[in-house]
Design a binder for this molecule. Structure first.
Ligand code: BES
Ligand code: ZN
Ligand code: ZN
Length: 505
């Protein structure tokens, strides 16, 4: 929880425990800010020089001053150069802000004054600066420590924040900050679901969370289908994957309506495997320990619905989420099994660890049949191959629809959840051919390109003429290093991206 106010008073006149100044590479502080810093700690300039603080990306310098008769922290953080690509400038700013919060965390500080740079200098406006500032602060303040009993290891997640900026920016800044709060809260909600142990977050528990999200809103509904419904609907993939587990599967549909039936419709589909052991094609232990996070796609689309319920973009949205565990057992699906999916297409299971695509197949086919969507987007922790190809900082994007994938790429650049397009040439389609069914659930080894061939498997479940983007978020959802607004654990990737995309549709 962050309580914020805007102010244009001189820094030192505002009462707080910490004063944060964001500096860009090489630039002098504005004279008024410098004068205020001097009042709080006359030697600050000498300390900055001694520590070679130049405002470079990643630099920070904390010192102690005095204000209102109290000892206070002064925290200088660098955001790097202003002559970079716009997305890199904003990312430099996010990292600077979150570094400052980490410092405040160490110093056990709970009230913070932040001297904002001028929006124009960052190539943005006050609304966006407010949005990014609060969203980043929320993300930084997130800690998954509900299971840590030692109080001293827990962190504060409550701050009083004063944003210091020109008075004429206050309205836009405050409005943007409120939006940023909603987005940041939703990102953290998605992270929390991912971080929960798999014994807590079962398919039925996740479905209940979706119901809870929808309950307070008239324009957001949630329908939960249980095992019996799923069987009747003919979702053979979701049933097959769930067979090895005592936990029943769920299929959840959330619908947001913007009030205008003629507004464009967007479908979001998220992979909700609440634990992926690999099934009978069992994973080695080292590859299984992160698999409670295999519902990150589901978390990001449900949390996106939470944010849009408040932010009210002018599109109608459906979130479709298949939820199951992928375990081993006497009734588990076996390599060699053939599944009939929702749209009648059959798939040969050659590897039970390629389960995500089996449940997405049903959800994509269902979305394609039930809605006439201007776009279908899915997010799934689908392949280790995507993580190997792109690493931890870009989600893999597979799409034949350049207009839609360009839109997603732009939203990625603006929001900080970046995507990178993978090849999706027809040449690769042959890799998922099956000799006994319509399609095979793994690509033939010699073709490699596992993230692309997974995309070709999925393409059988979306009609050719529907704009569709598949996002492989296997690398970006968990344990992303060297980003100060993340912690070990989940990232909530996708929420910022989807919200940005939907609000700028
Ligand atoms: N959930 C995994 C993918 C994954 C890997 C997510 C690493 C996050 C980090 C998925 O279900 C899976 O096991 N995919 C297989 C596919 C293969 C059998 C074709 C993989 O990537 O090895
Ligand atoms: Zn798997
Ligand atoms: Zn999986």
């Amino acid at each position: 929880m962050i309580d914020f106010t805007c102010s244009h008073e001189p820094l030192s006149s505002i009462t707080a425990q910490a004063y944060v100044v964001v500096c860009n590479d090489g630039a002098e502080l504005p004279r008024d800010v410098a004068e205020e810093c001097y009042k709080i700690y006359p030697h600050y300039q000498a300390v900055l020089e001694r520590r070679k603080f130049k405002g470079k990306a990643g630099q920070s310098c904390a010192m102690t001053g005095e204000a209102h008769g109290e000892s206070v922290a002064m925290i200088f953080v660098g955001m790097g150069s202003l002559s970079q690509q716009p997305e890199d400038i904003m990312e430099g700013y996010r990292r600077a802000v979150s570094k400052a919060i980490r410092e405040a965390e160490c110093q056990k500080v709970e009230s913070i004054v932040l001297a904002l740079p001028t929006p124009a200098a960052l190539g943005t406006d006050a609304w966006n600066l407010g949005k990014e500032t609060l969203c980043t602060m929320y993300m930084t303040a997130y800690h998954f420590d509900t299971f840590i009993t030692d109080e001293s290891r827990r962190h504060a997640d409550r701050y009083d924040l004063t944003l210091v900026a020109h008075q004429h920016d206050h309205d836009a800044l405050a409005k943007g900050a409120e939006v940023g709060q909603r987005i940041g809260h939703a990102v953290n909600q998605a992270r929390d679901w991912c971080d929960l142990p798999p014994a807590c977050l079962t398919p039925s528990a996740l479905a209940e969370q979706a119901e809870k999200i929808a309950a307070p809103h008239d324009h957001l509904t949630c329908k939960v289908f249980d095992k019996k419904d799923i069987l009747e609907m003919g979702m053979g993939g979701l049933i097959a994957v769930s067979q090895g587990s005592d936990q029943e599967p769920r299929f959840v549909i959330m619908e947001y309506s913007c009030g205008d039936k003629n507004a464009p419709h967007v479908s979001l589909v998220g992979k909700g495997v609440t634990f992926d052991s690999g099934g009978l094609s069992i994973k080695p232990a080292h590859a299984m320990d992160e698999m409670k996070d295999d519902m990150a796609g589901a978390a990001s689309v449900i949390a996106t619905m939470q944010a849009v319920a408040y932010l009210k973009p002018k599109v109608n949205i459906a979130a479709l989420v298949p939820m199951t565990e992928n375990l081993l057992g006497g009734s588990a699906m076996k390599p060699g099994d053939i599944i009939r999916h929702y749209n009648g297409i059959t798939s040969e299971v050659k590897n039970t660890d390629a389960e995500g695509r089996l449940i997405l197949a049903d959800a994509l086919a269902y979305a394609s049949e039930k809605y006439s969507s201007a776009a279908i987007l899915d997010a799934a922790t689908l392949t280790g191959a995507c993580q190997a190809a792109l690493g931890k900082f870009y989600a893999g994007m597979v799409s034949k629809y350049d207009d839609l994938s360009d839109k997603v790429q732009q939203a990625g650049k603006r929001s900080g959840d970046q995507v990178w397009k993978l090849p999706f040439h027809e040449d690769y389609r042959i890799a998922v051919r099956s000799t006994v069914a319509d399609v095979c659930n793994i690509g033939e080894r010699r073709y490699h390109a596992g993230a692309t061939t997974a995309g070709f498997f999925l393409s059988h479940f979306v009609p050719e003429d529907t704009p569709w983007v598949h996002l492989d978020i296997a690398g970006v959802s968990f344990n992303v290093p060297n980003r100060p607004y993340y912690r070990p654990g989940a990232t909530g990737f996708g929420v910022r991206l989807f919200v940005d995309l939907l609000m700028n549709w």
